[in-house]
Design a protein around this ligand. Structure first.
Ligand SMILES: [Cu+2]
Length: 333
């Protein structure tokens, strides 16, 4: 099963943070758990003590334990105590919100961040690369978010602007940061940052329809030089590979162009993922299945078999036409 295969490297633990916002959240989780566990022990301790000392003794004519009717000190204690606890929790949470929320008036630490607009779609992710280090980017890609890693002393923050094209979604990569919703008609912000290269996985965390469970998030963190290389490759228009010419004519004659963009060709649809550098992605359909020639062919032949209910229909292409279209897609590196 594709799901199992892709779960190989999965580490979705908030207890293993890889950057500052996730560290703040773990700190809060541990502290709040400790406070509430302390309260639990206290309450259970008093309860057990009372049960033991106040229990009915054997033997006839046993006197009842002393009865207490109303007590000002106790009333004050159990009002002030919890109020104080809640007040402390509010302060702790307030500090963490301040730490994980980007504030336009508070410049980021370190270099001018990478800025990406994330648009949630049923059931895939659109990534609009806006700027990096103060440099305009202006290209769109899908489903695999690449970010640069920092190093001690040189943090490389990534600022995400979150929007939705349809219903509510939620962006959650536990090792990088907390859940932030993508809501129609509203723009949210979050930031992530890490010094550790690697693949960070996540999941849409707000039920958004049939294929919500196959709306996986993959964040590839790579050292700045490798990231620059990826940026340059992604920013370029699609390759014009002679091997794909016949396929390209076929692809452009199909309805694919109404939903997909291939930069540098007349295909300018925006309903589905940008396919300009499709083969640079490790997975198809938002982490649903690996990306290789056979998987790609299976997908184009009938996406409904791979991701039932997804918003790309099956086209019943003839064998030769299917081969041509897939040959072309394979040249989009
Ligand atoms: Cu979703």
């Amino acid at each position: 099963m594709a799901g199992v295969l892709l779960a190989d490297a999965q580490n979705l633990s908030i207890l293993d943070p890889a950057g500052p916002p996730a560290e703040s959240i773990r700190g809060l989780f541990v502290l709040v758990s400790a406070i509430t566990f302390g309260i639990f022990l206290l309450v259970e301790g008093v309860l057990i003590y009372s049960l033991v000392t106040g229990r009915r003794r054997a033997g006839p004519g046993d006197p009842e334990p002393p009865q207490v009717y109303g007590s000002k000190p106790i009333e004050i204690a159990w009002t002030a105590g919890p109020a104080l606890v809640v007040f402390v929790l509010v302060l702790l949470v307030g500090r963490v919100i301040w730490e994980v929320q980007p504030d336009p008036d508070r410049p980021p630490a370190g270099a001018e961040p990478l800025r990406v607009t994330v648009v949630g779609h049923q059931w895939w992710w659109e990534y609009r690369y806006e700027s990096y280090n103060g440099r305009e980017l202006g290209f769109v890609t899908a489903n695999e978010l690449h970010i640069p890693t920092g190093s001690p002393g040189t943090p490389r923050p990534v600022y995400l602007t979150l929007q939705s094209a349809d219903v509510c979604h939620s962006f959650w990569v536990p090792r990088l940061g907390g859940k932030t919703d993508l809501l129609p008609g509203r723009t949210n912000q979050m930031w992530v940052q890490t010094d550790e290269p690697g693949l960070y996985q996540g999941q849409c965390a707000e039920y958004c329809g049939t294929q919500h469970a196959h709306m996986l998030i993959r964040v590839v963190a790579e050292p700045p030089a490798a990231f620059e290389k990826w940026l340059a490759a992604e920013a370029a228009p699609a390759a014009d590979d002679p091997a794909g010419r016949a396929g390209r004519a076929e692809f452009l004659s199909l309805s694919c162009v109404n939903c997909h963009t291939v930069r540098g060709t007349p295909a300018r649809g925006t309903f589905g993922p940008d396919l300009t550098h499709l083969m640079a992605r490790q997975t198809l359909a938002s982490g649903t299945t690996p990306n290789g020639p056979a998987d790609l062919r299976r997908w184009v032949n009938n996406p409904q078999q791979v991701k039932p209910g997804c918003l790309m229909p099956a086209f019943a292409l003839t064998e030769p036409n299917l081969n041509l279209a897939v040959d072309y897609l394979e040249t989009l590196r």
